[in-house]
Design a protein around this ligand. Structure first.
Ligand SMILES: Nc1ncnc2c1ncn2[C@@H]1O[C@H](COP(=O)(O)OP(=O)(O)OP(=O)(O)O)[C@@H](O)[C@H]1O
Ligand SMILES: [Mg+2]
Length: 223
């Protein structure tokens, strides 16, 4: 599904170059459940953002289903992202002025889905994730766990092949975090590929594959 070949990410800060990723090569197959671990600053979010084509590498090649997508124009990248990927972040990243329903409907409008279908699918997803009683709530009116469930429903809106999650339980109490993790695991059982950054050992061990980063380098892998 995804092949990264010698991916570099360097930032030039005046005289100094920060190497966030250093020759990372990686293949992620369909249906995998991958956890990424590593110390703070080791490049986990950078790697996740590059896999999700939110960010461009400064070197190397990115192949998606065999197609080189390394240097595509922004518009094309946005189209691929919206069609194939769903994102879940530590800080939820919901639009504060939009209700739960509207947040979930938004990616479908970019995909050209009709209003009535967007509404129906958003309601269905929010119901599936246990939030049918929160459809018209704004993010500020919801708990962290509820907001993260809205974010997962939104990530699922366009039926992605891959969900990218950057410390999805990082801002949640243990019990609520467990619900989120369970939901991601259920999705993986249904065939959705999951790539998750986590600081939590126990969570990482539940993934089918564990990738370790250190100083921007792939530092080992437990299959
Ligand atoms: N926009 C930027 N400009 C300069 N350096 C950056 C930028 N973004 C990230 N970095 C640097 O790249 C390195 C990797 O950052 P990254 O956010 O990927 O780490 P991380 O493993 O996700 O850390 P954490 O566990 O704290 O979230 C860090 O040294 C960071 O300071
Ligand atoms: Mg990070």
């Amino acid at each position: 599904m995804i092949t990264l070949e010698s991916i570099d990410k360097k930032y030039n800060l005046g005289q100094m170059t920060v190497t966030a990723l250093d020759e990372v090569s990686l293949t992620i197959g369909e249906g995998e459940y991958v956890a990424i671990m590593g110390p703070s600053g080791s490049g986990k979010s950078t790697l996740l953002n590059i896999i999700g084509i939110l960010d461009n590498p400064t070197g190397g090649r990115y192949l998606l289903e065999g197609h080189n997508i390394t240097n595509l124009p922004d518009k094309e990248r946005a189209r691929i992202r919206n069609k194939h990927f769903g994102f879940v972040f530590q800080s939820f990243n919901l639009f504060p002025e939009l209700s739960a329903m509207e947040n979930v409907m938004l990616p479908m409008s970019y995909a050209g889905v009709s209003f009535s279908q967007r509404k129906a699918r958003a309601a269905e997803l929010l119901d599936w994730i246990g939030l049918s009683h929160r459809l018209h709530h704004l993010p500020t009116m919801m708990s962290g766990g509820e907001q993260q469930r809205v974010a997962i429903a939104r990530a699922l809106a366009n039926e992605p092949d891959l969900i990218l999650a950057d410390e999805p339980t990082g801002n949640l109490p243990t019990e609520k975090g467990e619900e989120i993790l369970q939901t991601l695991e259920d999705l993986n059982k249904q065939g959705v590929t999951i790539v998750m950054v986590t600081h939590n050992d126990a969570q990482a061990r539940r993934a089918k594959r564990l990738i370790q980063l250190q100083d921007g380098k792939l530092h080992g892998e437990v299959a």
